[in-house]
Ligand binder design. Structure first.
Ligand SMILES: NC(=O)c1ccc[n+]([C@@H]2O[C@H](COP(=O)([O-])OP(=O)(O)OC[C@H]3O[C@@H](n4cnc5c(N)ncnc54)[C@H](OP(=O)(O)O)[C@@H]3O)[C@@H](O)[C@H]2O)c1
Length: 261
């Protein structure tokens, strides 16, 4: 992997980030470290998404055909840095989400940051139409959260709790309000937030201006067809501006990182 931006040393020698070589998980974790969140308040919401060259966020209902081994390493690294992974219910249903693993490579870093062994998974759902017999709900290292609205179906809330999940209201109606979701998680000390989509959920985070950073993998593929882009839903009135923070490359895949201006 090579670092293309920021350019730190034009005469990069073999061990420099600019040279093409495999990066260790530690180096990846350093490259993607969350910013310091001061004062015990606030939260940083980062999204990690992959897109084809022609803008598809999935192929045959999954993002895996657009991904690569290095993309999955970065995916794992971003999870390992996060307190919580926020994900839409449809992605959980279609991608067969499993609980986050504790990984030895990140254990010391997580302990030093005051984090548990693995990030909490927080599923966003209004219907709670989820299979609560799945390991995501019955076998996580840390209980899976479900973010929903105050008007969520009571029976499904009970089923979720019986399965071991914790149900949190982050909205007054049936749905979750993005600003509330970020705040509810932060109040629980889950301040290093990562969302893995999907597009319908990410679109709402963008529209509500709660997304701080986008880690976008540009996959050197084209899919044609009518696949969703990485963010959907109603458009924002004025396009939200982001600035590039870093750009890595491996095998034609671009691993971009953009911060909201
Ligand atoms: N390219 C990528 O990086 C990437 C990443 C993730 C997923 N994907 C792909 O995206 C597809 C799925 O994404 P999607 O956009 O269809 O769905 P999604 O955003 O994963 O999930 C949508 C569901 O989330 C719940 N939800 C969303 N907003 C909510 C709110 N404000 N309040 C309460 N619940 C809310 C609803 O669940 P209920 O129906 O349960 O109420 C809704 O049906 C899959 O094909 C997946 O492979 C791609």
């Amino acid at each position: 992997m090579r670092r293309l931006f920021p350019v730190t040393d034009m005469t990069a020698h073999e061990t420099d980030a600019g040279a093409d070589r495999e990066w260790s998980l530690d180096e990846l974790a350093d490259a993607y470290a969350y910013p310091e969140l001061s004062g015990g308040e606030g939260a940083w919401l980062r999204a990690n998404m992959v897109s084809s060259l022609d803008g598809a966020g999935q192929h045959d209902g999954r993002s895996q055909p657009l991904s690569s081994e290095t993309d999955m390493r970065i995916f794992g690294t971003l999870r390992a840095l996060a307190d919580v992974v926020v994900v839409g219910a449809e992605t959980v249903r279609l991608e067969g989400y499993r609980p986050a693993r504790a990984r030895e490579a990140f254990a010391a870093r997580r302990a030093a940051a005051g984090q548990g062994p693995a990030p909490v998974i927080a599923v966003v759902s209004a219907s709670l139409d989820l299979d609560f017999s799945l390991p995501l709900f019955t076998e996580p290292l840390v209980p899976t959260l479900i973010l929903t609205g105050a008007a969520a179906p009571a029976e499904r809330v009970r089923d979720a709790r019986e399965a071991g999940a914790e149900v949190l209201a982050a909205g007054d109606g049936a749905g979750v309000e993005p600003v509330r979701a970020k705040a509810v998680l932060a109040e629980r000390g889950l301040r290093r937030q990562l969302t893995e989509g999907g597009p319908r959920l990410l679109g709402q985070f963008v529209a509500a201006e709660v997304l701080d950073e986008l880690c976008l993998t540009v996959s050197p593929t084209m899919t044609a067809g009518g696949a969703q882009r990485i963010a959907g839903g109603p458009p924002v009135a004025v396009p939200t501006r982001f600035a590039v923070a870093s750009l890595l490359e491996q095998d034609g895949f671009l691993f971009t990182r953009y911060g909201r201006i």
